[in-house]
Structures are given as C-alpha cells and as structure tokens.
Ligand binder design. Structure first.
Ligand code: ADP
Length: 301
C-alpha cells in the first residue's frame, strides 16, 4: 500500500576536506593537501544508508543548480534513492568546509545554502510523498519551521523519527510526533534545556519522555544505545565490538536503519539492535556515505 519504506526530509551538503599541518591564524595562509569532495549532509546520508540496506527510499531536500548539487543527486541515485523530491535551485548547494589537522581534529565552516531554503511550502507541495511513505525521518540541518510542517503533513498511520542534530529546543508539537526521538548525550542536554537530566542514560530518557515524545532512543557510541518507551519499557541495546576507524555518519546510518526496520513492523528494541549493527559496520570504514553497509554486510558482521 505504501510506495516507499522511508521518506527522508533533510539536508544535502558537499563536504570539502583538506588536511593541514596546522590551522591558519587570522590573516595567515597555510598550504594543505589536495581537496577531497564527499557527498554529505544528514538528510542525504540517511537516505543513502537506508537505500543501501534495501529500503525503498525517497529524499525531500534542496540543492543548488551547480556541480555540487549534481554530485549529490548522482550519489543518491547510485545508492538507489528516488530523487523525485530533490528540489534544485534558489541558492548554492550547502557546503561544509572541513580542515583536518594531524591529530584528526576537524574545524568546520558550514554554509547551509539551499538547505536553508527548503521551505514549509516545499513540504506542502510534496504531499503525495508523505501519503506514499510508511516512515518519515528528519534532522535539524533545515529550517525548524520546515520540520514543523513535516509533522503537520504526516499520513494518518505513518511514523515520524527525528534526530535533532544540530540540537536546539523543540516546539511541543514536534516533540509529540517523535516515535522515537533519537539523541546522543549532547543532543539530549540541549533538547532537555532547563529540565534536570540526571547522570545516567536512563534518567535522561525519563526527562526527555516527560517532554512529550512517544519514545526515545539514546545513542551511546561504542556503548550501544538505550531504548525507552512511554509504556515504561527501558532496554539497553549493546553495541557490536568492532575496530572503529571513523565514526563519521554512524548516527545517520543508525537512524536510517532504525526507521526502516520500524516501518517493517519490528518492535523498537529489535529495530535498535539492528541499527546498532549498521552503526558498527559504518565505523569500520572511513567516510560517511562510503562507509554505509549493505544488508548482506550487516548479516556477516
Ligand atoms: P552520533 O554520531 O549521533 O553521536 P553515535 O556515535 O552514538 O551517534 O553512533 C550511533 C550508533 O552507532 C551507536 O549507538 C552504536 O550503535 C554505533 N556505534 C558508534 N560508534 C561505535 C563504535 N565505536 N563501536 C561500535 N558501534 C558504534
């Protein structure tokens, strides 16, 4: 009855990466390595992660009418994502300028570009995609009023999954739609705001549930995740032991996998256990989209 397992509404960025010996001070110029350009942005990453697992996936996003926009469309299509919802134009494609120093620390400047122009009317105009999708997933690299419009356009029996990254306080209307709200510790603290968080993931989950989401998943890096539902269910999901090479995109792969499995009717804890395997597989390879596994690779992990 649904044409798509997952509709991702979110950002698409070109990540421009240069390694440097040290960062330039104000007024200074330093030389770096050759430029490497990767397709990125949380929305684009989630869509690629889901499609690579085999989910029928469609992306609602906005890119510029430029070479980076075409790079992003190509990487989506290569992964099998339906790009019918990718709007083109209005501003240059979003870009992240990333310098990496020898210790591996990143300095990043983001120009949201076209992501900042993904507007509530774009969501309303994509009504047929919402009606055709079992699960809808969003993040916060697009305007908050656009995310508000997303929750107002959900089909009656579809499910909404939100990873509020980068985090900011959320209106009650958005929180109430989340099933689940997926956060790491930092995001949990920002979303909770003045609400006391306590010092265990269980207590963070309790405080977050009090804000209205139907369920909460807290990702804990190499420690796995915690699942918490309104009904009182609290389940620790262990991580899979792997040699971590690069954790970039692990959260996006986790969220995409979780959303897809929920759409297949799995209970939240089971879907999170599968997502933890997908997140673990993603950290064994460098990069974001390049590191996302197929279902077969997850099975053999
Ligand atoms: P975020 O990038 O949003 O902070 P995390 O780093 O918590 O998200 O990663 C998301 C999920 O990916 C984790 O819940 C876990 O299942 C998996 N994961 C992340 N890092 C590792 C790791 N070092 N070893 C195994 N699994 C990991």
């Amino acid at each position: 009855m649904y044409d798509y397992d997952l509709l991702v509404v979110g950002s698409a960025n070109a990540d421009l990466v240069i390694a440097v010996e040290r960062r330039p001070a104000a007024g200074e110029t330093v030389l770096g390595t050759d430029l490497v350009v990767h397709p990125g942005g949380k929305g684009a990453n989630q869509a690629v992660a889901a499609a690579r697992l085999g989910a029928r996936t469609v992306l609602l996003a906005r890119v510029g009418d430029d070479a980076y926009g075409r790079l992003l469309l190509d990487s989506q299509r290569e992964a099998g994502v339906d790009t019918v919802g990718v709007l083109v134009g209005g501003a240059p494609t979003g870009v992240a300028l990333i310098t990496v120093d020898p210790s591996g620390d990143n300095s990043i400047v983001v120009s949201p570009g076209a992501n900042g122009r993904l507007a509530p009317e774009d969501v309303r105009a994509a009504g047929s995609l919402f009606q055709a999708s079992r699960v809808v997933s969003a993040q916060l690299e697009i305007p908050l009023e656009t995310v508000v419009e997303v929750v107002r356009n959900l089909a009656a029996d579809s499910r909404f999954v939100l990873n509020p990254s980068p985090p900011r306080p959320l209106p009650a209307e958005v929180l109430a739609a989340c099933d689940p709200l997926i956060v790491n510790e930092h995001e949990a603290r920002v979303i909770a705001g003045t609400a006391a968080l306590g010092d265990s993931p269980e207590s963070w989950a309790k405080s977050l549930l009090a804000l209205g989401p139907r369920s909460v998943v807290i990702t804990l890096g190499a420690e796995g995740a915690l699942v918490a539902e309104r009904a009182g269910v609290r389940v620790r999901v262990p991580s899979v032991r792997v040699d971590a090479v690069d954790t970039t995109g692990a959260g996006d792969a986790f969220t995409a996998a979780l959303a897809w499995r929920l759409g297949r009717g799995e209970p939240l804890a089971e879907a999170a256990a599968y997502a933890a395997r997908v997140g673990a597989a993603a950290v064994t390879r460098p990069g974001a989209q390049e590191s996302f596994p197929t279902a077969e690779e997850v099975a053999y992990l």
